[in-house]
Design a protein around this ligand. Structure first.
Ligand SMILES: Cc1cc2nc3c(=O)[nH]c(=O)nc-3n(C[C@H](O)[C@H](O)[C@H](O)COP(=O)(O)O)c2cc1C
Length: 208
């Protein structure tokens, strides 16, 4: 059975957030058009996503040497491992994030750090690192106040480009971006921009 992870990184829902409105339109359309697929929602603002900190680095070192870990080290490492295993078990990834300071909320980076693990999602070879997620696909839905999909904004946008780069590094061969953007730059077009984004999200739900 195909499994899709619906990974959202927003403190609010679709009534407040354009990103979440796009995400909701996508996921409803996806479920309607792929009724047999399993969809798992991961709400990054609700779930515990440990940062790679001193406990984690020390714990990994101890585990490699067969030494016993503190409770804190074990808890964080077990949770990171669970996040990784769930990521590996999925076929498709949908990230929903708002643009914050040219990127995405920091919990997205924490999540990515949890799933970038040598020997699991990529491996080192004599030719360099090779991604192992070669049978997956990804979609990123993001709302932005200004314009970044093309023009001068494209050079300074760092959230979508980071996600694309890191997932490509992990071997994911297909990555699509849905940017719902420009409503702060052109407030008179805000409703039109949102409606077009939702429509595009619904279409992607049929084909993704
Ligand atoms: C903390 C924060 C940082 C933001 N940074 C940017 C930015 O760098 N560029 C931009 O165009 N808009 C920025 N915005 C505006 C949001 O991208 C815009 O409101 C977008 O719609 C957010 O997505 P949402 O509707 O899903 O919340 C920022 C908003 C917040 C709250």
């Amino acid at each position: 059975m195909t499994k899709l992870l619906y990974i959202t990184a927003h403190p609010f829902d679709e009534l407040v957030s354009n990103s979440m409105a796009g995400g909701k339109a996508f996921i409803e359309s996806y479920q309607e058009n792929h009724p047999k697929d399993e969809v798992k929602h991961i709400d990054l603002f609700e779930e515990y996503i440990p940062l790679i900190d001193k406990d984690v680095l020390t714990g990994w070192g101890k585990a490699a040497n067969g030494e016993s870990l503190t409770k804190e080290e074990q808890t964080k490492i077990d949770r990171l491992s669970d996040i990784l295993e769930e990521f590996l078990s999925a076929d498709k990834y949908v990230f929903v994030t708002p643009m914050w300071n040219l990127s995405f909320p920091p919990v997205v980076k924490a999540y990515i750090d949890a799933v970038c693990v040598a020997g699991k999602t990529f491996k080192y070879t004599s030719e360099g690192a090779v991604g192992l997620l070669t049978d997956k696909k990804a979609l990123h839905i993001q709302s932005r106040g200004g314009y970044y999909a093309e023009g001068p904004g494209a050079d300074i946008e760092m959230g979508d480009r980071y996600l694309r780069t890191i997932l490509t590094f992990l071997g994911v061969p297909s990555y699509t971006t849905l940017a719902i953007e420009g409503h702060n730059a052109e407030p008179h077009k805000a409703e039109e921009i949102k409606i077009a984004g939702i429509q595009e999200a619904k279409e992607l739900g049929k084909t993704f």
